[in-house]
Design a protein around this ligand. Structure first.
Ligand SMILES: NC(=O)c1ccc[n+]([C@@H]2O[C@H](COP(=O)([O-])OP(=O)(O)OC[C@H]3O[C@@H](n4cnc5c(N)ncnc54)[C@H](OP(=O)(O)O)[C@@H]3O)[C@@H](O)[C@H]2O)c1
Length: 239
């Protein structure tokens, strides 16, 4: 089985690459942008992995990845990479920032998935897993409208991918984790982290390894599990 994980050298993506690599029966392609050292370390540790440099903000770099996808014989695509999360009140945001963020995050994910689906339909097998956020389920935190709106767009696309490709044994599912400690959240201080952890019934944050287990499950799940968005937040909404 061949897997492509975008942003698979660091943060949640790094944990997912290691999760698949530890299983032993996968060839894993992962993209990285700044984390070239982490990518090299993963390749050294797991010979079944190959890192590919890809910057979503650079059209040539994205084209290079798309060009290579034809030779990967992919079975599984994990959409994980994110170029950043701007925090700004909606009324203070420049509409151009929304467009730029959409172009940097949604469009590359859309193009990579389109390429993968073409291959999946030919081989009549494919698993697409897209990483979203638990903020989609409740009132989004103040200042994150751009981030959450992009994720909502991907959720909608993911459902269309599920419906349009079900008869080709291609499924499309999502995971929506609550906060994890990664570089994305490194700007938060200990007190803020404690507050967020206290909002989880387990009184701790979700870990990248726990999310990786869920992604791994969806990657191996039957065709009957399709169009699902798996919320990973310790039951914060029901407990
Ligand atoms: N952390 C959380 O609390 C949380 C909660 C819910 C959902 N998520 C989601 O989890 C996913 C991973 O986020 P994370 O928490 O692991 O954050 P992260 O550590 O900031 O990871 C972001 C990933 O995207 C890659 N990336 C950054 N800029 C890029 C660019 N210009 N082109 C291509 N790739 C780029 C990074 O690669 P390099 O390191 O190589 O630059 C990195 O692997 C995201 O989709 C995020 O929305 C995170």
């Amino acid at each position: 089985m061949c897997v492509l994980i975008t942003g698979g050298a660091s943060g949640l993506g790094g944990a997912m690459t290691r999760r698949f690599a530890s299983a032993g029966d996968y060839k894993i392609y992962f993209t990285f942008n700044n984390s070239s050292e982490k990518a090299a370390q993963i390749e050294k540790e797991f010979p079944c992995t190959e890192g590919i440099s890809c910057d979503f903000t650079d059209p040539k770099s994205l084209d290079h990845l798309l060009g290579r996808m034809g030779e990967m014989n992919l079975d599984i695509l994990v959409n994980n990479a994110l170029t950043g999360m701007r925090t700004k009140h909606f009324h203070q945001s420049d509409p151009a920032e929304f467009l730029a963020s959409f172009n940097e995050n949604v469009m590359p994910t859309l193009r990579i998935t389109q390429q993968a689906i073409k291959e999946f339909r030919k081989k009549k097998y494919g698993r697409i897993i897209t990483v979203l956020t638990s903020y989609l389920t409740n009132c989004p935190p103040v200042g994150l409208s751009e981030y959450v709106a992009n994720k909502a767009y991907l959720l909608s696309l993911s459902r269309s991918w599920a419906g349009e490709n079900a008869r080709f044994n291609v499924t499309s599912n999502c995971v929506s984790p609550s906060m994890m400690k990664t570089s994305l959240t490194s700007h938060l201080d200990e007190r803020q982290i404690e507050d967020i952890a206290n909002g989880n019934p387990l009184k701790r944050l979700v870990t990248p390894e726990e999310v990786s287990d869920a992604v791994f499950f969806l990657a191996r799940a039957s065709q009957q599990i399709n169009g699902v968005n798996l919320l990973i937040n310790g039951g914060a909404d029901v407990a």
